[in-house]
Design a protein. Structure first.
Length: 606
């Protein structure tokens, strides 16, 4: 261990040819800090390390018995029952990495149905505020919390706001209305009761602003098409050019010369109803808000600001990318948010469908660069709303999203109103596990084109350490990565590099535990952490062992962002100096937790 103290070089066995050097000499206050160095040593080092790491955990386990644990560490150890069962049954590499989100609706809102979904691997339950009453939503949230508490699940709750969008008013008429070619329809904002033949009410009176005769009106991204033949005031007479059907709340978009007519309706991203839904979500202790029809970073910042004033717990804000404008402002939106949903349903109303696959891949890529979790949503298994098996094309679509390393996949109508919700969930579960395993075998982990996330030195160090830790974990073939993390930052940085082994994130913060549910490859556990990392490692290893979750010979790589308390008081006059030293300690400290696993235990073993 002592050898690490003065020389801050991290030597990492790597199969990548050539030297990789990360220079941290820019330093703090103009003084050099140190150098992290990754060297490629080939087979010799690999063997040696492999053996020592293996020996290490065994020694760690034996040695831990004689240690007195600090107060607090004896407490709770919460791993959700589903991950525990999966781990027992399939081992570390059998744990699914891709997370699953289910939309809750009338078909799955009983306690029994929710339990079935939880058992089937639902990580996050989504409530769409477009549908259902306040009481219904409250009831569902409470049932999920009850299941978590009483049955040991760890299902997070997401509220998806209604947002503002131009659509057809639902008059409670038949679930679909046929549109024949050549038929002429009136589109109006004028309110009427019940259904009127060949008349459609739009939900917003400015729906036809800027629209001209000759423009194309597309229903739900192509369910039916019209051409505008007459405009009187805000009313439009439209003739059907491509027959199809109207579904309830069908969405309207206008096109001219093959391009979307982009109009600024000045509709708020968060309406009065949305704000009321947000406050309801806060009071019910939800974990995520997914903000519909985000167009720029401002609305995300506004909501985050509101949450930091109103909520005692940390609630994450996801931006739904479902408009052309959002695509124009993608990077600033991703930066401002805590995660993204690729909302392909509404996105397909604003961009041609054939562009969706490429746009999806681009969004996922930006999210990984900027280290934000991303959900791929809508129509993944649409045919399963009605049928018990998916189409081959749907399975291919799911596989593609997994292969692109999306953090999570989402069911909408399949679980909310379909007859085969749990079956659809198991299709997602099995398909993701299969593709993940194939990706590992094919060694398809593409090196991240490393976007520098942090600006400050500690942030840059954390990023380098996590990237390197994942490379080590993959190259050494370790069984699991343990991360000790208060706010989840370290766990998320590890997830960003999509390691082969699962990441067990031990956290002392309940909300961190729940929000990590959306992060690829992370299994979060609630434990009482000490500020002594050595004890954290010994204790959690022992607890995992006592539950039969790890055994002799397993190789675990440890990363920690829980830093020790300073034992000496800060002298104000030499504050610069102390900051410098502290940072060095921190660097050394973190560094040692990637490194220490072989260095410390080398010392223990021999
Ligand atoms: N709470 C609910 N109550 C009744 N029906 C629901 C509920 N949630 C979803 N649904 C049904 O499931 C379908 C798919 O759900 P989804 O959440 O994708 O809705 P959506 O209306 O397409 O809107 P969004 O664009 O916000 O996702 C909806 O069209 C609706 O019929
Ligand atoms: C999920 C959603 O809102 C959409 O796909 O439009
Ligand atoms: K919504
Ligand atoms: Mg939508």
């Amino acid at each position: 261990m002592a050898s690490a103290a003065s020389d801050l070089s991290l030597i990492c066995q790597s199969t990548i040819a050539g030297d990789q050097r990360v220079d941290l000499k820019n330093g703090v206050f103009g003084r050099p800090v140190s150098t992290l160095e990754f060297r490629c040593h080939g087979e010799t080092l690999k063997k040696k390390l492999g053996f020592k790491v293996r020996a290490a955990v065994q020694v760690g386990l034996e040695g831990s018995k004689s240690k007195a644990y600090p107060k607090g560490l004896e407490g709770a150890f919460q791993l959700d029952v589903v991950s525990e069962g999966e781990l027992m049954e399939k081992g570390f590499l059998g744990l699914r990495k891709t997370k699953l989100v289910c939309t809750i609706g009338p078909a799955c809102c009983s306690l029994e149905d929710l339990e079935k979904l939880a058992l089937g691997g639902m990580n996050v339950a989504r409530l769409n505020m477009c549908h259902g009453t306040r009481e219904w939503h409250r009831d569902v949230i409470r049932k999920i919390k009850k299941l978590n508490e009483e049955k040991g699940f760890s299902v997070s709750v997401m509220i998806d706001t209604e947002g503002s969008q131009i659509h057809v008013v639902d008059h409670g008429s038949p679930s679909s209305v046929k549109v024949e070619e050549g038929s002429v329809w009136l589109f109006t904002a004028e309110q009427f009761e019940g259904s009127r033949p060949f008349s459609v009410q739009a939900n917003y009176k400015g729906f036809s602003e800027g629209i001209e005769v000759g423009d194309e009106l597309v229903i739900d991204g192509g369910m039916a098409c019209f051409v505008v033949i007459e405009k009187t005031g805000s009313d439009l007479q439209c003739k059907c050019t491509d027959p199809g059907i109207f579904l309830p709340r069908a969405k309207l978009s206008f096109w001219r010369d093959g391009k979307l007519v982009e109009r600024n309706y000045k509709l708020p991203t968060l309406s009065t109803k949305d704000w009321a839904d947000v406050d309801f979500g806060i009071s019910e202790g939800v974990d995520f808000f997914a903000l519909s029809f985000v167009n720029h970073a401002g609305s995300i910042k506004q909501l985050k600001n509101h949450l930091s004033n109103k909520s005692t717990k940390s609630i994450r804000v996801l931006a739904k990318i479902e408009s052309l404008e959002a695509l124009h402002n993608l990077e600033e939106i991703v930066q401002a948010s805590d995660g993204i949903m690729v909302a392909r349903g509404d996105l397909g109303v604003e961009i041609p469908l054939e562009q969706i696959p490429a746009v999806q891949e681009d969004i996922i890529d930006v999210c990984r660069q900027l280290n934000k979790p991303v959900i791929v949503a809508s129509q993944l298994l649409e045919s399963m709303v009605e049928y018990p098996t998916p189409t081959r094309a749907e399975v291919a679509d799911v596989s593609e999203a997994v292969r692109q390393y999306a953090d999570a996949l989402m069911l909408s109508g399949e679980s909310a109103i379909g007859s085969y919700g749990p079956k659809a969930l198991s299709v997602l579960d099995m398909t993701s596990s299969r593709i993940e395993s194939w990706s590992r075998q094919e060694n398809r982990q593409s090196a991240l084109n490393h976007y520098q996330l942090g600006v400050s030195l500690p942030d840059r160090i954390a990023q380098q350490i996590c990237t390197c830790a994942v490379e080590m974990a993959n190259n050494l073939g370790v069984d699991a990565i343990f991360a000790y993390t208060s706010h989840g930052q370290m766990a998320s940085l590890l997830s960003r590099s999509r390691p082969n082994p699962p990441i067990f994130a031990f956290t002392n913060d309940d909300s961190t535990r729940m929000v990590l549910n959306l992060q690829w490859g992370v299994i979060s556990l609630r434990v009482d952490l000490s500020d002594d990392v050595e004890y954290n490692i010994s204790k959690t290893t022992e607890l995992m062992k006592s539950k039969g979750l790890i055994s002799q010979g397993d190789v675990v790589l440890v990363v920690s962002d829980v830093t020790p308390k300073r034992s000496t008081p800060v002298a104000v006059q030499s504050i610069q100096n102390i900051f410098f030293l502290e940072l060095q300690m921190r660097l050394r400290y973190k560094f040692m937790h990637v490194y220490a696993e072989w260095n410390t235990f080398e010392w223990n073993t021999f």
